[in-house]
Design a protein around this ligand. Structure first.
Ligand code: ADP
Ligand code: MG
Length: 507
């Protein structure tokens, strides 16, 4: 048997003939020193640990290279460690807005790492590139820039300026900061702080405006419940369509709508919906018009403020009905649903008739309007037993050559504790308006008051305070009279208008 244990035959295997093997040699050859030396000489590329190659520096003499090698290896190792750390940091933070930094666990000092290009975007390199995705968010490296070189601190003007410019990206989108393409912008702290303050105050302002807008929508009385009521009117066929808002006042919102039919009775082609506002503030000031109105006094005291709003709508409806019966030109009531009053539209083709204040009337028409208004006030007082209580050029519409009275929710009967004061105020408004518009024969407020009421309050020097004192005395006497007669003697809400005031009521 061959001692070498290696046969000369070429081994056969399933993958074909094997590569030619080294020539066989005996164990004695393997152990031969001569052969070892020969092999060593042949393969001089492998340095020997024990016998350094001729001419190689003495390792014992040059320890610095070892140290350097070790440091280089350590740095390499640390970088790999840091790289792994970064990956874990990224994985840990994911898309989260709040991120945790592993910075403190890094092995490589930022200075040593300064040749690492990763994650760093150089301002100068990228600022000319208009297609760059985003401005760099990171500041330049800080700390020692090298032996004997200058120190770059966070207070460095250039670094700080660039950082401030980058931070402008955090401003609200409404603040246009530009894209800075092609510009190496460096914003000083002072400028940046001023801009930041402006951004904050703008944001606060826009929040305030937004708030107001939201609030005013609520104030337009069309809260979800009101919308539902309006929707029901459309779905019941009373209205064909609700077209839009004609007016938004302090106490009501008026909408234009196309009429449908109500229980087989056709509704006028054009109607308005007067929606009384469910915000209560404004009505607080107007309680005096309703709480002392004997027609509503019992109900007023029992109702919560929200329901009182419905009384306003109801009051307008009753007053309009009275006026219509007496032939006063005013809207015709179609329907009352809670705080929504539907009535006929004064105007044509979706255009409401102008208010007297806006109507462009010739002097003759203006004089005619005056005569009409005077007559309307008399009929209102004497036939309808009402004082408008908010009569002015704003609540009279001019339509088809006629003056139409609107907005009578606050109208009261003359026996109201302040009824005559309200009448005097109406007279003052009307008299002032027509006198200003050059109607020659327009009476003074005092004369008008007497002409409308049929009373004979002494005008004297036309001293307003004295005149009002007389009126208040009359009201007091009237109130005593009413109390003596008892409230029952007067018609209840919704009933026929009572007879015109007997002259003795003011005796
Ligand atoms: P407010 O109490 O808010 O003053 P108004 O009854 O005076 O309510 O209505 C406000 C405005 O809506 C009026 O000035 C008028 O322009 C319009 N308006 C009200 N009712 C009618 C109507 N029946 N036809 C046409 N326009 C109307
Ligand atoms: Mg009005």
């Amino acid at each position: 048997m061959d001692q070498s244990g290696v046969t000369a035959e070429t081994p056969k295997g399933p993958w074909g003939p094997a590569a030619p093997t080294a020539p066989p040699c005996s164990l004695a050859d393997v152990m031969s020193e001569q052969l070892a030396r020969q092999l060593e000489e042949e393969d001089h590329t492998f340095p020997s640990a024990t016998s350094p190659a001729p001419g190689a520096p003495d390792a014992a003499c040059d320890t610095t290279s070892d140290l350097m090698l070790a440091q280089v290896l350590q740095l390499q190792f640390d970088r790999e460690f840091d790289e792994q750390l970064r990956r874990e940091e990224r994985k840990f933070n994911g898309d989260s807005k709040v991120s945790i930094s592993f910075e403190n666990y890094r092995m490589v000092h930022p200075y040593e790492d300064s040749d690492s290009s990763e994650d760093e975007v150089d301002w100068q390199d990228t600022r000319h590139d208009p297609y760059r995705a985003e401005k760099p968010q990171t500041a330049p490296r800080r700390g020692f820039a090298g032996k004997g070189k200058n120190i770059t601190t966070k207070h460095d003007e250039v670094a700080c300026g660039r950082k401030n410019t980058a931070r402008m990206d955090n401003f609200a989108p409404e603040v246009h900061v530009g894209d800075g393409v092609g510009m190496d912008l460096k914003l000083s702290n002072q400028v940046f702080n001023a801009l930041k303050q402006h951004d904050h105050s703008e944001q606060r302002r826009s929040a305030r405006l937004h708030d107001k807008k939201e609030h005013s929508t609520a104030e337009q009385a069309v809260d979800p419940r009101t919308r539902l009521l309006m929707f029901k009117m459309v779905s019941a066929g009373v209205l064909e369509n609700i077209n839009g808002c004609i007016s938004t006042g302090k106490e009501s919102v008026v909408f234009h709508a196309d009429g449908g039919s109500l229980e087989d009775t056709p509704v006028p082609q054009e109607v308005v919906l007067k929606v009384f506002k469910t915000t209560l503030n404004e009505f607080r000031n107007r309680d005096r018009y309703i709480k002392d109105d004997y027609r509503f006094i019992d109900r007023f005291s029992k109702l919560n403020p929200r329901k009182v709003i419905r009384l306003w709508a109801e009051k307008e409806m009753h007053n309009l009905s009275r006026m219509r019966k007496a032939g006063v030109p005013c809207p015709d009531v179609v329907l009352l649903r809670k705080h929504i009053l539907v009535m006929s539209f004064i105007g044509r083709d979706h255009s409401p008739a102008p208010k007297l204040k806006d109507a462009a009337l010739s002097p003759e028409d203006m004089a005619d309007a005056y005569q009409q208004v005077l007559q309307l006030m008399q009929v209102l007082f004497q036939d309808c037993n009402l004082v408008h209580a908010d009569l002015s050029e704003y609540n009279i519409l001019w339509h088809d050559g006629k003056a139409w009275l609107i907005d009578v929710s606050q109208s009261v009967e003359p026996t109201h504790p302040h009824g005559l004061e309200f009448l005097f105020r109406d007279c003052r408004n009307i008299s002032t308006f027509f006198q200003k518009r050059g109607v020659g024969g327009a009476m003074s407020a005092f004369q008008l008051f007497n002409a409308v009421s049929g009373l004979d309050v002494p005008v004297g020097e036309e001293n307003e305070a004295e005149f009002i004192a007389e009126i208040v005395a009359l009201e007091k006497r009237n109130e005593d009279h009413v109390q003596r007669r008892g409230k029952k003697a007067f018609p209840a809400a919704g009933e026929e208008a009572g007879p015109p005031l007997e002259p003795d009521a003011y005796d």
